[in-house]
Design a binder for this molecule. Structure first.
Ligand SMILES: [Zn+2]
Length: 161
């Protein structure tokens, strides 16, 4: 693997809506040997990855239209957008919690004055935790559009201005 100095500065595009954004802003998805999707929060897993916005509509579009399978160039174990989004949120949350625990050990995080509060001393970790918190918030927000509308009309096209 070649040394990468500024991986977070790289631009990637969401496989669902094609929005281009700094890589750290998007979720990197990878598939394991069995074709099960998972979120590579640290964005370091080897192999091909596909990037996705932390948005319900992008999960919906990507799962419905096979954008992830195309992006990852492989057959995937089917998963509903809702399930994958829930697992993605849990994965990001668990990674953030782990990073805080790790930070308490190596001094990048220290205990705050209030019970259970912490102070992030390290700027880079602080930015990262903010980004993860924002992703979790978006992932856990209810899907805005339901593609199966009660009147039978379909409006599955996802457009971003
Ligand atoms: Zn997107």
């Amino acid at each position: 693997m070649s040394p990468t100095t500024q991986p977070s500065a790289a631009i990637r595009s969401c496989v669902a809506c094609r929005r281009r954004a700094p890589r750290a802003e998007l979720l990197r998805t990878v598939a394991d040997q069995a074709g099960r999707l998972r979120v590579d929060v640290m964005q370091r897993a080897p192999g091909r990855g596909a990037y996705l916005c932390a948005e319900a509509r992008c999960f919906q579009a990507a799962c419905q239209r096979g954008a992830l399978a195309r992006g990852l160039r492989r057959r995937l174990v089917p998963v509903t957008a809702t399930d994958f989004r829930r697992v993605a949120g849990e994965t990001v949350r668990a990674t953030a919690e782990q990073a805080v625990r790790q930070g308490l050990e190596d001094g990048r995080v220290r205990r705050g004055e209030g019970v259970g509060t912490v102070v992030i001393v390290d700027d880079r970790l602080s930015r990262r935790l903010q980004q993860w918190a924002e992703q979790v918030r978006r992932l856990e927000a209810e899907a805005v559009e339901d593609p199966k509308r009660a009147d039978g009309s379909s409006e599955t096209e996802v457009r971003h201005s």
